[in-house]
Design a protein around this ligand. Structure first.
Ligand code: BES
Ligand code: MN
Ligand code: ZN
Length: 517
């Protein structure tokens, strides 16, 4: 990953491949953002005019390259758009008024454009540790690229991959103080969370022939060991012994057997216990209810929920948060075969309830049901599950926003607000009681399908049945934002995005601070 440092050096003398500055959209054209004063001065204070001549407006996502002024050691200036210039009322007490998410996105755009470069200096508006953290995250997340499977891709760090440019090797943030504890802490947090989030992206992008449930479990075991997290892996034998009918049913069609991974991070001073549960379908073919061609090419992303939970638990451990966090990864491959679960089969779930499987493609709720029940037995203060659960949620909210459902209105709001705070688009969704009826089964306690309309909410209602009585629970359906099929934007790459990781980490932080539940 890109190395991230702070520097109080002056821009002109900096040895770097490029200097990144911000340009905002003012009432009368582009305006050079705070942080880039030295660069503007070297252009005789005419940088805004130069940028305007080059066609820059300051719009978000915009990128303009220009030669550095005479006397600068760096050859290139990269100007990134920061959107509308903040009002004076937003910009007070040394606060430049730029939103953290605006800075995060702009830093991401610049970092991506600087692929192939060795070192870049970021002269963006830095007025607080929060700004440093946002810019740091934007750089580290925006510079991400997945080239493990490109010829030459796995060569030495920083070397140029044959089929593309290596990510930016080093970023230094100007205006940050390397000796200031709060500034250093902001960098450390950005590095820890971004590293784990990028690892989640790697797992999502890994092809399903190389990321089976057993391999995913092994990766989780190794990481847990490294970060002092207790780990327990139930393999197919242990799952059979324990009666995990949901996970076994879904995994039964694949030669790659299922796993349930439990990661327990504990802090001696913790007063609260959070459980995160992730859907980890390493490949979703649909099973016997096979998906048609055109609907399965990206289904390696169906373990994004488990990847997010994994990343969040390891992040919590690396940050030493004063809260106990248990992560449950429900890992299985959904494949059709002679041993696969059939439409019409009845599964006896870990909770003891029976489920009539009407559609084997509604498999996520089956593995989650067992993991939710396992999590419930520990009586945590709250459970949050994360899943690429339904195409219906994508239809409702599009490809960048995840849906938040819950059995508690205040908790749903808190989760939604945490997502907002970290820059993850989310939206609260209801669990209408009348939709429960559609899942009534003539042979079992419940069917795994219900009414067609509101499919995302039906899935949420199904999950609710497997949450222990009295436990606060929220469900994040990340089917839309988990995997970016379009081009990269902001700090979001093509492919696996790491959706929900930062929301989960924020929830753990809020819980540790006693500000949640
Ligand atoms: N993994 C899919 C949901 C999905 C779709 C995720 C598109 C990401 C992108 C899930 O297992 C699924 O197949 N859901 C079905 C449920 C239906 C059979 C009730 C769906 O949404 O069509
Ligand atoms: Mn499915
Ligand atoms: Zn699925």
């Amino acid at each position: 990953m890109t190395a991230l440092t702070l520097s109080t050096a002056a821009a002109p003398g900096l040895r770097a491949d490029a200097i990144v500055i911000g340009v905002a959209k003012g009432a009368k054209g582009p305006v050079v953002a705070p942080g880039a004063e030295a660069v503007d001065k070297a252009y005789d204070g005419k940088l805004a005019g130069v940028l305007e001549t080059l066609g820059a407006s300051g719009a978000e996502g915009e990128l303009t390259k220009l030669p550095a002024p005479a006397g600068f050691k760096a050859p290139l200036v990269v100007a990134v758009g920061l959107g509308a210039q903040p009002d004076d009322k937003d910009a007070e007490d040394g606060d430049t008024g730029f939103d953290a998410e605006v800075l995060r996105k702009a830093a991401g755009v610049a970092a991506r454009a600087l692929a192939g470069a060795r070192k870049a200096a970021f002269a963006l508006p830095v007025d607080s540790p929060g700004a440093i953290e946002a810019i740091g995250e934007g750089v580290l997340l925006g510079a991400y690229s997945f080239d493990t499977y490109k010829e030459n891709g796995g060569q030495a760090k920083g070397a140029r991959a044959k089929n593309g440019k290596a990510p930016l090797a080093e970023a230094t943030l100007l205006g940050g103080k390397p000796r200031d504890a709060a500034h250093k802490g902001a960098v450390a947090r950005a590095v820890a969370v971004s590293e784990e989030l990028n690892r989640a992206r790697d797992l999502i992008n890994m092809p399903p022939n190389d990321l089976t449930p057993a391999i995913f479990a092994g990766i989780a075991q190794a990481a847990a060991k490294e970060h002092g997290i207790k780990v327990q892996v139930l393999d197919d034998k242990a799952l059979t012994k324990g009666g995990y009918g949901g996970i076994l049913g879904v995994g039964g069609g694949s030669a790659a057997t299922p796993r349930l991974v439990k990661l327990s991070y504990t802090h001696p001073g913790a007063e609260k216990h959070l459980a995160f549960v992730g859907k980890g379908i390493t490949y979703d073919s649909g099973g016997i209810s096979l998906k048609p061609a055109g609907h399965n090419e990206t289904m390696k992303c169906d373990m994004s929920g488990a990847a997010a939970v994994f990343a969040a638990v390891v992040s919590a451990a690396r940050l030493g948060l004063e809260v106990n966090v248990t992560g449950w990864l429900a890992l299985a491959e959904n494949m059709p075969s002679g041993s696969a679960v059939r439409p019409g089969d009845v599964l006896r779930m870990y909770s003891g309830k029976t489920v009539e499987v009407l559609n084997t493609d509604a498999e996520g709720r089956l593995v989650l049901a067992d993991a939710l029940w396992a999590a419930s037995l520990e009586k945590p203060d709250a459970i949050v599950d994360v899943a690429t659960l339904t195409g219906a949620m994508m239809l409702a909210l599009g490809s960048r926003t995840f849906g938040v459902m819950a059995n508690d209105d205040a908790f749903r709001s808190a989760v939604y607000e945490a997502a907002e705070e970290v820059g993850e688009p989310a939206w609260p969704m209801p669990l209408p009681e009348h939709l429960r009826k559609g899942m009534e089964s003539s042979v079992a306690d419940i069917a795994n399908m219900g009414e067609r309309w509101g499919g995302g909410l039906v899935a949420g209602l199904f999950l609710r049945e497997f949450v222990g009585d009295g436990i606060t629970w929220a469900h994040l359906d990340i089917a839309g934002p988990a995997f970016n099929e379009g081009g990269p934007f902001g700090y979001t790459p093509k492919g696996g995005t790491g959706s929900a990781v930062r929301t989960l980490v924020r929830l753990a932080e809020l819980t540790a601070a006693g500000d949640l539940g």
